[in-house]
Design a protein around this ligand. Structure first.
Ligand code: ADE
Length: 248
């Protein structure tokens, strides 16, 4: 997968893209990630990327021209590199608080794309023509307002890249994750079995895999009910409907 990120703060991405899983994915050739300074796509001497909103109001709005130029240039470059036979399917995503809320399902679906262009919104907003005519989707990472789309682009990139085949070492760790089957993950413990008088649940030390599986399922439901009742799909008897897949 190739990911191009368009931002007015390119340096923000250095530490995140050069550590941990993101670095490994790039080193292993599973992901190519490029960060572009939006100001490089301006035409004026002052490298101006924003302007005052029509109709008045406070703050500045990101102008359409540099964003359209950046996306068009990147698309041209990628299709030239890919050649005619290997046509890339590009998805352009605008990160902004008004977008569709991001979740694991969207991360999975995006992980099947070959090319993403992430546009980081800023200031009071982005000219609406970008959303309507340049972006394929607008995405928000949650119901709060960040100072810009950069952190959101990092969150999305991390969530997507770790799902690419071959990025996570242990394939099983994907099967048992939170949100699989609409449940949060069950509680995990490691050694020591007693720490400062706090005991690991006895059942986990028995080696009885059937019982451990049943306990984990029960605990996952309990945790989901407590922290995220909105995730639980209930049947007509008010019992959570579970996907068996998660616990296999
Ligand atoms: N920019 C500012 N807030 C945001 C959010 N919650 N999600 C995505 N981009 C944003």
């Amino acid at each position: 997968m190739r990911i191009d990120i368009i931002t007015i703060f390119p340096k923000m991405f250095d530490p995140v893209l050069n550590a941990s899983m993101m670095k490994r994915a790039q080193n292993n050739g599973k992901a190519e990630i490029f960060v572009h300074d939006l100001r490089d796509y301006t035409r004026d001497r002052h490298r101006k990327v924003d302007d005052r909103p029509f109709g008045g109001g406070s703050g500045m709005v990101l102008s359409p021209e540099p964003l359209f130029r950046a996306v068009e240039k990147i698309k041209q470059k990628v299709s030239a590199v890919g050649g005619k036979s290997k046509k890339q399917k590009t998805k352009v995503i605008l990160l902004c608080p008004q977008g569709r809320k991001f979740n694991q399902k969207t991360a999975k679906s995006l992980s099947r794309c070959s090319h993403l262009i992430l546009v980081c919104g800023h200031y009071e907003g982005v000219d609406e023509r970008v959303r309507q005519h340049l972006a394929d989707e607008d995405i928000s990472i949650g119901d709060y307002v960040l100072t810009g789309g950069e952190l959101a682009a990092m969150v999305l990139t991390d969530a997507v890249v770790r799902l690419l085949p071959g990025v996570l070492g242990d394939k099983n760790s994907l099967n048992f994750e939170s949100f699989e089957g609409n449940l949060l993950e069950y509680p995990q413990y490691t050694r020591p079995s007693v720490f400062r008088g706090m005991h690991v649940p006895e059942i986990l030390l028995t080696g009885d895999h059937k019982k451990i599986e049943a306990w984990r399922r029960k605990e996952a439901v309990k945790k989901t009910r407590r922290n995220r009742p909105d995730l639980l799909r209930l049947d007509k008897n008010n019992v959570p409907r579970l996907s068996a897949k998660k616990f296999r």
